[in-house]
Design a protein around this ligand. Structure first.
Ligand SMILES: Nc1nc2c(ncn2[C@@H]2O[C@H](COP(=O)(O)OP(=O)(O)OP(=O)(O)O)[C@@H](O)[C@H]2O)c(=O)[nH]1
Length: 284
């Protein structure tokens, strides 16, 4: 969450994923279901080459269910299987193995036809910081962390986590960078807590959040702050929210810093219900 990405870090992160690619049959690309596009690494296709993959839309509990369905169809249209999960509560865990088996069925059938003894599917999780990689690994691991240095082709002993009989997971995920140079992507990453607040102007984040709510979920915005109408003027909107929530400074005037913080906290804290900040129809 505190990573500052510089070209050197990016090259190293990429190398680490590339090195481990040959150890696994499949990549689990973990994204945040609230921002399925902005939480992806911009070079992911190039990095993982033709390795089979599944996109896991994590934190699905915090995302708009209808939009999540649309994103799953979107990925499928691109030829990528996708699944909504909640690593925190352990929802969708069994489905991960089932889907991996489905994606790899042909490869494993071919291995069987050649007389190769059946083995567990080997997988690695990759994703940007805060996507939930550790939470997912812990959830899948339970207590089944097994050290196996005898995997053919493994020079350095890798820690594999056994997930049932049919899946083995590398215990260290690949951490990749987001497309942070895009201002809107940055704002979405900040609103979902994926990047440090200090990188962006807090008021910009709050305003982006409010205008997003106004456009996509106006009733929820009105209800939360008891607004009959949503003022076009941002200062007026802040004033109305600040007055309603009593975000005042010592002298009784609106404290815009307090208003900013409470808006961001409300959005991150699901006070507007489950939200998804991007739509498949906006993809070119
Ligand atoms: N609501 C919800 N929260 C989740 C879920 N998965 C992870 N989280 C939370 O998201 C935050 C980040 O999770 P981590 O597992 O630390 O993320 P990470 O990808 O390992 O992060 P880095 O170590 O920074 O790369 C934590 O506060 C988790 O509790 C989920 O499915 N639902």
């Amino acid at each position: 969450m505190t990573i500052q990405w510089f070209p050197g870090h990016m090259a190293k992160a990429r190398r680490q994923v590339t090195e481990k690619l040959k150890l696994v049959d499949i990549i689990f690309e973990l994204v945040d279901a609230r921002i399925p596009q902005s939480s992806r690494n911009p070079m992911i296709d190039e990095i993982i080459q033709h390795k089979p993959r599944i996109v896991l839309l994590n934190k699905a509990d915090m995302a708009d269910k209808e939009r999540t369905k649309e994103w799953i169809s979107y990925f499928k249209k691109q030829g990528i299987q996708a699944l909504a999960i909640n690593s925190h509560a352990g929802v969708g865990m069994k489905e991960i193995t089932a889907l991996a088996k489905e994606v790899l069925a042909e490869k494993f059938d071919r291995m069987k036809a050649k007389g190769i003894r059946p083995r567990a599917i080997r997988a690695m999780i990759v994703g940007i910081p805060n996507a939930g990689k550790s939470t997912l690994i812990n959830r899948l691991a339970k207590k089944n962390i097994a050290k196996t240095g005898n995997t053919p082709g493994v020079t350095k002993a890798q820690q594999w986590i056994k997930v049932g009989k049919e899946l083995e997971l590398l215990d260290t995920p690949g951490i990749l960078w987001p497309k942070f140079e895009d201002q809107e992507v940055g704002l979405k990453l900040a609103l979902t807590g994926a990047i440090k607040d200090t990188i962006l102007n807090l008021q910009d984040i709050a305003i982006f959040g409010l205008r997003f709510l106004e456009k996509e979920y106006p009733e929820r915005l009105k209800e939360r702050y008891q607004l009959e109408t949503i003022p076009e003027d941002t200062v007026e909107l802040f004033d109305r929210i600040g007055t309603f929530r009593g975000a005042l400074s010592g002298g009784g005037v609106i404290d815009y810093d307090k208003v900013t913080e409470l808006i961001i906290r409300d959005i991150r804290g699901e006070k507007f219900g489950p939200l998804t900040f991007e739509k498949t129809e906006d993809m070119q």
